[in-house]
Design a protein around this ligand. Structure first.
Ligand SMILES: NC(=O)c1ccc[n+]([C@@H]2O[C@H](COP(=O)([O-])OP(=O)(O)OC[C@H]3O[C@@H](n4cnc5c(N)ncnc54)[C@H](OP(=O)(O)O)[C@@H]3O)[C@@H](O)[C@H]2O)c1
Length: 240
């Protein structure tokens, strides 16, 4: 059971859809306020319209450090930061371009690094950061080597920042495959094959729900003794 978030301000880069939006909905339901970021205004505006006056939003591109700096310059005070906003592609090392190979690091690693850097001056000393990873960090599949390495790098970043930034707490949520907007935008055949493959590999025999990952992130924000941890919300995928 998560505690109340009354008076708390949470920035969510990647808050217009998927796991970030669900986390924002949970924070608002618990009495907190959210500042949502993403690259396109339309989903952000729709989210703010749904969440009401506890939510504001502004466009930001996590890959552009200047844009990230501008996003946080407009925020007076923050209690927590959550950074699921990234977009990337992947493939086999002998098949993809260098631009595709670099895309997870550009978006998911450096995007989160820039977010932490520019959020810091606004973050409460008793606040926290939850970084977004993915269980491919510890159980990679063939065909996404740079993506797997990027997730491992994010988890290492979280551990190192927990030491550097204490007493601000830094944790990482590392989901397995989740039935989110990310997969809804992909072709149905690709999605169904990926979900069936994941169900065959995870101990629980299914993909995750957006709610389940948002719950994990909310727990990491709320528990004052959690820092330096990576929480695998993955149905036991990383175990085998
Ligand atoms: N779903 C899964 O199976 C799964 C598994 C493991 C890890 N994850 C991780 O979970 C995170 C969120 O994914 P999701 O499943 O919730 O999918 P999602 O709905 O695609 O969420 C990503 C959000 O981030 C925003 N975004 C993308 N690139 C951005 C950028 N450069 N700057 C700012 N915002 C950006 C997107 O909006 P705009 O396009 O408008 O910017 C979108 O609202 C990702 O980091 C992903 O790697 C997901």
């Amino acid at each position: 059971m998560n505690g109340r978030m009354d008076g708390k301000v949470v920035a969510v880069i990647g808050g217009g859809s998927g796991i970030g939006l669900r986390l924002a909905e949970q924070v608002v339901a618990l009495g907190g306020r959210v500042v949502l970021g993403g690259r396109t205004a339309e989903p952000l505006d729709a989210a703010v319209a749904r969440l009401g006056e506890a939510a504001t939003a502004r466009v930001v591109d996590a890959e552009d450090q200047g844009s990230v700096a501008g996003f946080f310059a407009g925020i007076a005070h923050l209690d927590h930061l959550f950074t699921p906003g990234s977009a990337y592609a992947y493939g086999r090392i002998d098949e993809i371009s260098d631009a595709v190979a670099e895309s997870p690091f550009r978006s998911k690693f450096w995007g989160q690094y820039w977010a932490v850097k520019h959020a810091l001056p606004k973050l409460a000393r008793d606040g926290s950061i939850v970084l977004m990873s993915g269980a491919a960090s510890v159980r990679p599949l063939a065909g996404a080597a740079a993506y797997a390495a990027c997730n491992a790098a994010v988890e290492g970043l979280g551990r190192a920042l927990a030491l550097e930034l204490a007493p601000i707490r830094v944790n990482v949520v590392s989901p397995g495959t989740v039935d989110s907007d990310l997969w809804r935008r992909r072709p149905a055949a690709q999605r169904e094959a990926a979900f069936a493959g994941y169900a065959g590999l995870a101990a629980l025999g299914r993909v995750g729900a957006v709610d389940e990952v948002a719950d994990a992130a909310l727990f990491l924000m709320g528990n004052g003794f959690m820092t330096g941890s990576t929480l695998y919300a993955d149905g036991g995928y990383a175990l085998r």
